[in-house]
Design a protein around this ligand. Structure first.
Ligand code: ATP
Ligand code: MG
Length: 305
């Protein structure tokens, strides 16, 4: 018989994803509570762990599924990630781990890990120096390439800029002092699109294509989602990318170069899946809950805390 008491689903905006997850865990006999990391606190006097999580005052949760870390100051994000690191230290399974979240939120870290693992990704340069960035831009455009400038912590396709020959770089303040430049993947003749492959527990479970009106194909930017078959080369690449960042689950953005080569653009360690669910027969929340249960809860409750 399961000795799991309750797990926490970390999110500030439970909404659709929270409801789907709570129901999916319920179906597995696991009670879950939605918790906002911004409402958790450190209190060394409160209990032997020094952590207070609303709804879990006298115990730690049996696991934490990280669904969202709300935007905040550097200090707020550091505190919230610190709480997740500490929970893992105290033996609580945290999925995705704080380490995997850190590695995927920082686009430069993701790029380095992908390259180190030999996973195809466009040439990328990251520097605090505007003159370095200018030199890269000039070199790339002279060679006939365009370049994408991205916020290091960007999401949902916001703040992306495509630069070509003769374009000026924005000043350092606009990019928070860091220039993340990536060679633009020119679309194939049949138009631009990208692929989102959702990987859980090392396996691709659902895929879609996203096609926007411009070159940024994010659902949040109005891209149209269409169901896609799980093409073996894309799935394999996505699964390797998720392993490279050490995530349990992730949404991987991929593109095909004009010659058909698949490239990983990004790994999202806190992916939303409402758009993907709308075109997928697979119940993604259920797959995620089942993975979390089988991988983390089935063994974790045998460890005494
Ligand atoms: N190097 C590139 N070449 C061509 N298109 C790109 C390139 N990088 C990004 N794009 C387009 O812009 C979109 C957004 O870029 P990316 O996924 O890197 O950041 P993001 O979506 O803002 O971050 P997140 O996925 O974490 O929300 C991609 O899905 C793709 O459509
Ligand atoms: Mg993306």
């Amino acid at each position: 018989m399961s000795r799991v008491r309750a797990i926490a689903i970390a999110t500030d905006t439970p909404g659709w994803h929270g409801r789907r997850l709570v129901r999916a865990f319920e179906a597995l006999g696991v009670q879950s509570r939605v918790v906002s990391l911004s409402h958790c606190r450190v209190d060394l006097e409160a209990n032997r762990w020094g952590i207070v999580i609303p709804g879990f005052e006298n115990a730690l949760p049996d696991g934490v599924l990280v669904r969202e870390i709300a935007a905040g100051s550097f200090e707020q994000i550091t505190l919230r990630l610190g709480l997740l690191h500490a929970l893992a230290e105290w033996g609580v399974p945290v999925c995705n781990s704080a380490r995997a979240v850190e590695r995927t939120v920082d686009k430069s870290m993701t790029s380095m890990l992908l390259r180190h693992a030999g996973i195809a990704t466009p040439p990328t340069w990251v520097s605090e120096s505007a003159s370095d960035a200018r030199a890269i831009l000039m070199r790339e455009t002279a060679a006939g390439h365009r370049v994408v400038l991205k916020p290091l912590f960007g999401s949902q396709g916001k703040g992306l800029l495509r630069l070509g020959s003769g374009d000026a770089l924005p000043d350092p303040a606009t990019v928070q002092g860091v220039y993340y430049l990536q060679r633009f993947v020119e679309p194939a003749a049949d138009g631009g699109r990208d692929y989102r492959v959702f990987v859980i527990g090392g396996r691709s479970v659902a895929a879609m294509t996203r096609q926007g009106a411009g070159w940024v194909h994010n659902v949040a930017q109005g891209a149209r989602c269409e169901t896609a078959t799980l093409e073996p080369d894309l799935c394999r690449l996505a699964e390797r990318a998720v392993a490279a960042v050490g995530a349990d689950y992730a949404g991987v953005d991929l593109m095909r170069a004009a010659d058909g080569t698949a490239l990983v653009i990004e790994v999202n360690g806190i992916p939303a899946w409402r758009g993907l669910q709308s075109v997928s027969a697979e119940d993604i929340a259920h797959r995620l809950a089942r993975h979390f249960h089988d991988r983390h809860l089935a063994v974790a409750h045998s460890v005494a805390r």
